[in-house]
Write a protein that binds this ligand. Structure first.
Ligand SMILES: NC(=O)c1ccc[n+]([C@@H]2O[C@H](COP(=O)([O-])OP(=O)(O)OC[C@H]3O[C@@H](n4cnc5c(N)ncnc54)[C@H](OP(=O)(O)O)[C@@H]3O)[C@@H](O)[C@H]2O)c1
Length: 272
């Protein structure tokens, strides 16, 4: 493996499990030093120590809730406290909430926007000056959910459409300034994501490995692409939405995504 990132500093959000952990592994293998960010400090520390042992990489962690107003600034401060400047920002942390929109607690609805949209935008805004100065790279983890409405994952799908649109705009604004921006659009991937969402049934088709998803991202980044859909099957599924009406795409997706069991009612007292 060529150490293309030797001497580079990489910040990975959601860098404790799943796709984020696979990014951490890949960048450590390619010689980078890393700041891994998530809420659960123990999981971050365990991964950091194993990457240091395996790759001799320098790996630091920051236990931060990126859905809070202060979260993104805490990450910026953690990087400067280390005396580092970021060359690569991987905005990967995200979550979904599954079921009929009106049956979802409002805190969950807004939490997705706070993390998947606001946290990502603010973190990118905070890091952009140093990333531009270092002619760096930004990876935003979107989803194939970005390409059509996703009933029963309505808010999640909308947040990912935002991430794709936002990333492509930043790609065009910054490509002549030496900064690469990539939207990575995975389909179903083998991570704790669906279990956490309580939506195993919303995972359609075979799941890709996080490593294959990261591999697709790294190739697209090297080719300076604005977005990549990981996996050929996912590529064609995403294209299919362009050949039917938007109504048909929404209805077809609703049929595929509809919960087989009635969604649980929110606990009494939950904010609605
Ligand atoms: N798995 C899939 O099928 C799939 C498909 C398409 C796109 N994606 C996207 O890929 C990204 C990574 O998901 P994954 O599949 O790897 O899921 P995952 O294994 O559940 O990982 C999510 C990561 O984000 C962190 N996180 C969650 N909430 C956070 C918060 N408020 N602040 C900071 N960190 C937070 C989690 O750690 P803590 O809980 O400790 O904070 C964890 O490290 C997400 O953006 C997801 O939408 C996933």
């Amino acid at each position: 493996m060529v150490e293309r990132y030797r001497g580079k500093t990489v910040v990975v959000t959601g860098g404790s499990t799943g796709i984020g952990a696979a990014f951490a592994e890949r960048f450590a293998r390619e010689g980078a030093r890393l700041l891994l960010v998530a809420r659960t400090g123990a999981a971050l520390e365990a991964l950091a120590r194993s990457l240091e042992a395996k790759h001799g990489a320098t790996v630091r962690t920051a236990s931060v809730d990126l859905s809070t107003a202060d979260g993104p600034n805490e990450v910026l401060e953690a990087v400067s406290a280390l005396g580092w400047r970021a060359d690569v920002l991987v905005n990967n942390a995200g979550f979904a909430s599954y079921g009929r929109f009106d049956a979802q607690p409002r805190a969950q609805v807004l939490g997705q926007i706070a993390l998947n949209v606001q946290g990502l935008v603010v973190l990118t805004h905070a890091f952009l000056p140093q990333l531009l100065e270092r002619r760096g790279q930004v990876i935003h983890v979107a989803s194939t959910a970005a390409f059509q409405p996703v009933p029963y994952l309505a808010v999640y799908g909308a947040t990912k459409a935002f991430v794709l649109s936002f990333s492509e705009a930043l790609w065009a604004e910054n490509r002549d300034r030496g900064l690469d921006v990539l939207a990575l659009c995975p389909g179903a991937t083998e991570t704790p994501f669906f279990e956490r969402v309580g939506a195993e049934e919303a995972s359609l088709g075979a799941r890709a490995s996080p490593e294959s998803v990261v591999d697709a991202a790294m190739k697209a980044l090297a080719a300076r692409r604005s977005h990549v859909i990981a996996g050929l099957g996912n590529y064609w599924t995403a294209q299919a939405a362009r050949f039917v009406s938007r109504q048909a795409a929404a209805r077809l997706t609703a049929n595929l995504m509809k919960p087989r069991q009635a969604p649980a009612l929110p606990a009494s007292g939950a904010r609605r």
